[in-house]
Design a protein around this ligand. Structure first.
Ligand code: SF4
Length: 435
């Protein structure tokens, strides 16, 4: 209100220039242009990009993000932007402004969630920055399921979405295998080698899109990882929850998984697919308690049913294994979150963030690292905001919220994680003594 009143007083009608439509991605550009995608989650994006390749697009994923990308983001985006926006948009801008990029032959792609938070509006920042840099001829594409930012030569089709779903499911399974086995492997590097082998096989099947093959792969993957020779003494397990980009992107969270493993722990990262299902579930809730439409509720129910059916294949294989746990479904997660927050918290990761923490704690993972981006209000509400309630509801939970922002000292983040780990080691020692 203060900002609005101040603008009125000073006669400023608008504080933000809306992004123009931008260059069109024509049908011909499919053959001539490469679509540039920012990093989100290295394990998943390697598989998800096959959905675009299978539709005939040329795709390049920007694998790593470094300081110069973040500096570029800071320079070109509004200072109030949240850290993930600076990382994702900064990475794209830095690449297209670099001499290695042929700007006449690229388009950039970014996702839009169509929700209440800024993830819907990264695209506006990106377009404005490109306009200011004299690069408005670069088409800006959006991956969303709401028909926003339509282009003649780029369409989000059902086969593309189905392949994406398969890619995310494979990614979640491989991530579970990698993080569960790597800290315990007897032969160093064995888990990573097996992961690399399967990452390529799975990518091929996302391209070929064969669910029968998917089922076979799931059982084979679980069996092969289950048979890796491992030390059986359990290490402290540390759950990583938080905003989707910071949670999955190692360069954005300063390699949190690596740090946990180096400090003698096992990282447990909830599935990427939970975010997709959470977004769908929100339509059901909105239709029941808010002004949401009935049609969207039925569509959401169908999407959840379809995805959970495929996840059941993974659950069955995981339950048969010696080492792995199966994932809960989205209705169970919603039920867990409801104990602490309203499911009306639907911006950002919303209630899902709380649900993941409760699920980890009830599943025996008593140590939680909650990664919180700078300027992210929704996740501070359902992340940091519920920690007190969690400590009251569950004994002995060890939770640390670590802030990530462009100026945050890496040493501070590392120290917070080390502190979390030292408490985790102590708790484990006590538990062992009690046993
Ligand atoms: S959830 Fe938070 S960090 Fe992510 S886009 Fe929204 S405001 Fe930004």
């Amino acid at each position: 209100m203060a900002a609005i009143q101040d603008r009125k007083k000073r006669g400023i009608s608008r504080s933000f220039t809306p992004a123009k439509k931008g260059a069109e991605f024509t049908k011909e550009m499919k053959d001539t242009h490469t679509i540039i995608i920012p990093q989100l989650s290295p394990i998943h994006i390697h598989l998800m990009k096959e959905a675009l390749v299978a539709e005939g697009y040329k795709v390049k994923v920007l694998e790593t993000t470094d300081r110069s990308d973040i500096e570029c983001g800071l320079k070109h985006i509004n200072n109030d932007a949240c850290f993930p926006a600076i990382v994702a948009v900064g990475q794209l801008l830095n690449y297209v402004m670099s001499p290695e990029c042929d700007t006449e032959r690229v388009a950039v792609l970014i996702s839009q969630t169509a929700g209440g938070c800024r993830a819907t509006n990264y695209i506006g920042w990106l377009k404005n920055a490109l306009n200011r840099a004299g690069l408005s001829h670069i088409p800006v594409l959006s991956f969303n399921l709401h028909g926003m930012e339509a282009h003649e030569g780029f369409k989000v089709t059902m086969p593309m979405v189905r392949r994406m779903v398969m890619g995310i499911l494979y990614g979640d399974l491989l991530m579970r295998m990698l993080y569960r086995c790597r800290p315990y492997e007897k032969v160093k590097g064995e888990t990573e080698a097996l992961y690399n082998k399967w990452a390529d096989i799975c990518a091929r099947n996302v391209y070929n899109y064969n669910w029968r093959q998917f089922k076979k792969d799931v059982y084979d993957i679980v069996e092969e990882f289950d048979n890796i020779p491992m030390n059986e003494t359990r290490k402290p397990r540390v759950g990583i929850v938080g905003e989707i980009l910071i949670k999955f992107h190692p360069d954005a969270n300063n390699k949190a998984v690596e740090v946990i493993e180096r400090e003698g722990g096992e990282a447990v990262v909830p599935d990427f697919m939970d975010f997709v299902l959470y977004s769908a579930y929100d339509d059901i809730y909105r239709s029941k308690y808010m002004a949401g439409s009935k049609i969207r509720k039925y569509v959401a129910r169908y999407i959840i049913w379809m995805i959970e059916r495929k996840r059941n294949i993974m659950r069955k294989a995981l339950r048969k294994s010696k080492h792995f746990d199966a994932m809960p479904d989205i209705f169970e997660l919603a039920h867990l979150a409801e104990k602490i927050v309203s499911l009306g918290n639907q911006s950002g990761e919303g209630w899902l963030l709380t649900a993941e923490m409760v699920e980890l704690i009830e599943g025996g993972v008593g140590n939680i690292l909650c990664v919180q981006p700078f300027a992210c209000l929704p996740n501070h509400v359902t992340g940091k905001g519920v920690m007190k309630a969690l400590r009251v509801a569950y004994d002995n939970v060890n939770i640390a919220a670590v802030d990530y922002d462009p100026g945050a000292s890496e040493v501070n983040q590392l120290n917070r994680i080390k502190l979390l780990m030292s408490v985790a080691q102590k708790n484990l020692a006590i538990t062992r003594k009690e046993i």
